[in-house]
Design a protein. Structure first.
Length: 145
């Protein structure tokens, strides 16, 4: 099996969780987060995109919506990319084609790239998925805005 290139995006900035009133799944991007989302297509301009899959949390969907729109793709929601889902993301990795983009939360980023990696909101990691659906190589791209 050849390796696959998957683009992992941590949702853009969404303001302070503690100040948000209401269901945290509905917390939207803040003004800086909207700038980060708008800049994501330029950051990934050279990539051939196959799918855009996101946590169903609004801040994740809003982060990749401009990218999906520009690529002519829809944003697919997948609960395995939600917060506190543990190793469920590895099941999703097995299903993803080369050129897929996934958008998720900090804890899932740590599950995939390890603790100690930078994980600023709005960051992207280029993952090379090798045999056995293991992350073979990671390249970090800082937030675009």
């Amino acid at each position: 099996m050849t390796s696959r290139r998957i683009l992992l995006v941590r949702h853009a900035r969404a303001g302070d969780r503690e100040r948000w009133r209401g269901d945290d799944r509905l917390r939207p991007l803040d003004s800086r987060g909207r700038l980060q989302a708008a800049a994501l297509p330029a950051l990934l301009a050279g990539e051939s995109l196959a799918r855009v899959v996101s946590s169903p949390y609004l801040r994740c969907v809003e982060t990749v919506a401009p990218l999906a729109a520009l690529a002519g793709l829809r944003v697919e929601h997948d609960d395995r990319l939600g917060e506190d889902t543990g190793d469920a993301v590895f099941g999703l990795l097995r299903e993803l084609a080369d050129g897929s983009v996934i958008c998720t939360h900090g804890d899932v980023v740590e599950t995939l790239v390890g603790v100690g990696q930078p994980k600023q909101k709005g960051s992207t990691w280029v993952l090379e998925i090798g045999p056995g659906d293991r992350v073979a190589r990671v390249e970090y791209l800082p937030p675009p805005a």
